[in-house]
Design a binder for this molecule. Structure first.
Ligand code: FDA
Ligand code: NAD
Length: 434
């Protein structure tokens, strides 16, 4: 079988891969030195669009509109960009074997790719209900959302099942964003999740109460404290109902499941040190294996600000870790040093006309401020997290660009707090005046 040799191979064709390719080109790359190998059939794109504008009934986002790096206000890397730069963009190619000793990757079609330096950017995959043996979980019209093909299949079903009933399983990022977009598509939407409030990974009960109230006002039904234990389907295998653990049954034409992600580390099991479910790296995204780097969702890296190893499944880190890894590779080639990664966690989401940002760490006590009445025409509110007398995290719904910058600054500087009541009264002014 054919063998190709590259100085650098980026394995994966998602957000981190695209930003890494751009960083290589900024440093100057010789034609034929870099390959990006992706299972997907399209050039790297801004994945967050898939659960938002890509699914709008009108004016939907479509490629090439959202190829990286438009999501951070950068240049849009069209497929021809890779050709112009002499970068081999190898699409629709799944790597099924990675041998980190001999520095070889093997594709499903049997092609071998030899590399001098490997950057692992395989991202995450979805956790499936069939992984827990949920009965009927492989019925037709039960969807997961990770890649553009998943979104295309869902759009087909949205068009076939017009104005039907959608059940959303999961109350995290996918659950909240997909419930909104299905409502916008005029579906009758019910969300089901086991926790007492949505997005418990980040939201306090008070923050969640706003989003739950807002969604309820939009006509979305929310069922909490239970899980889907089975699905009924018709003679053609299409899902018809979701059976809940509490005995209830919900009619469904489409089911969308968002019960979490899992980093794609399987190819490297036993070959590289892992920690907290991800591939362990240092602050330059170097793994335990020489000449192998890892970036994006798949890595557990030192989060310097909190002196802790963390994995982050969000787009901002995918972009920044990619840039850091390539800078580190280039610096080491030139015998130079760069600073260690010093990341401030940043997450965001958008649904309906809502838009929130969060910076920092969500540990400790919380102080809510602003107008969080879901019935208000202009809700705008936030929350600070206070740990060991310092503000360590900040959340803001409906913030302007400057206000979001201000809460980011708070999370980075971690100012001490004497009087929590005063912080609550000052609200956003506290951040703006820092
Ligand atoms: P990413 O998943 O982007 O890319 C991995 C790539 O590797 C894929 O192209 C995959 O096909 C490929 N691959 C994997 N295994 C392979 C193999 N064996 N061979 C070849 N190719 C392989 N975050 C945020 O901050 N705000 C947001 O609004 C959103 N919204 C959002 C919506 C949806 C629908 C999803 C699924 C995710 C988000 N996220 C998000 C999360 C964000 O998109 C995510 O953190 C980044 O895409 C991670 O970038 P990576 O490059 O690490 O993985
Ligand atoms: P998540 O971890 O955000 O949420 C998972 C949710 O699944 C939990 O909150 C819980 O409500 C629910 N759950 C768990 N087990 C369940 C069960 N058996 N039945 C019903 N519900 C159950 O994961 P996700 O929403 O699936 O998102 C997948 C990945 O995509 C994550 O990496 C996420 O960060 C990323 N993503 C991020 C964004 C964003 O940052 N705006 C948007 C979409 C997706």
């Amino acid at each position: 079988m054919a063998e190709k040799h590259y100085k650098y191979v980026i394995l994966g064709g998602g957000v981190a891969a695209g930003y890494a390719a751009r960083e290589f080109s900024k440093h100057g790359i010789n034609p034929g030195n870099l390959a990006v190998i992706s299972k997907e059939g399209v050039a790297p794109y801004e994945r967050p669009a898939l659960s938002k504008a890509y699914l709008f009934p009108e004016g939907a986002a479509r490629l090439p509109g959202f190829h990286v790096c438009v999501g951070s206000g950068g240049e849009r890397l069209l497929p021809e960009w890779y050709t112009e730069k002499g970068i081999d963009l190898i699409l629709s190619t799944e790597i099924v074997k990675a041998d980190l000793q001999s520095k070889r990757l093997t594709s499903a079609a049997g092609t071998t790719f030899k590399y001098d330096i490997l950057i692992i950017a395989t991202g995450s995959t979805v956790i499936r209900l069939s992984d827990f043996g949920v009965q009927g979980a492989d019925s037709k019209n039960i969807f997961y959302l990770r890649e553009i093909d998943d979104a295309d299949k869902l759009i087909e079903a949205i068009n076939t099942k017009k104005n039907g009933k959608a059940v959303i399983v999961g109350g995290g990022y996918i659950g909240l964003e997909m419930a909104a977009v299905m409502k916008i598509n005029n579906f009758d939407v019910t969300m089901v999740y086991p926790e007492p409030w949505c997005m418990p990974r980040l939201f306090t009960p008070e923050i969640a109460a706003f989003y739950e109230g807002f969604y309820a006002n939009k006509g979305i039904k929310i069922i909490k404290g239970t899980v889907a234990v089975g699905f009924d389907s018709d003679a053609s295998g299409e899902v018809k109902a979701v059976k809940l653990k509490d005995g209830r049954q919900l009619d469904a034409d489409i089911v969308i499941v968002g019960v979490g992600g899992r980093p794609l580390t399987t190819l490297f099991k036993g070959q590289v040190v892992e920690e907290k479910g991800g591939i362990k790296t240092d602050g330059f995204f170097k793994t335990s294996v020489p000449d192998v780097y890892a970036i994006g969702d798949v890595v557990t890296f030192p989060l310097k600000l909190y002196n802790e190893m963390r994995r982050v499944e969000h787009v901002d880190h995918a972009r920044k870790s990619a840039e850091q890894a390539v800078k580190a590779i280039k610096a080491s080639e030139e015998g130079k040093a760069i600073d260690e990664y010093d990341y401030l966690p940043y997450f965001y989401s958008r649904s309906f006309n809502l838009s929130w940002q969060f910076y920092g760490d969500n540990v400790g006590d919380t102080v809510m401020f602003g107008n969080s009445d879901p019935a208000s025409p202009n809700p705008k509110f936030g929350s600070y997290w206070i740990n060991e007398g310092k503000v360590v995290g900040a959340f803001l719904e409906a913030g302007s660009a400057d206000e979001n910058k201000a809460i980011a600054k708070v999370a980075r500087l971690q100012p001490p707090i004497q009087d929590v009541n005063q912080l609550s009264k000052a609200g956003l002014t506290f951040a703006s005046q820092l």
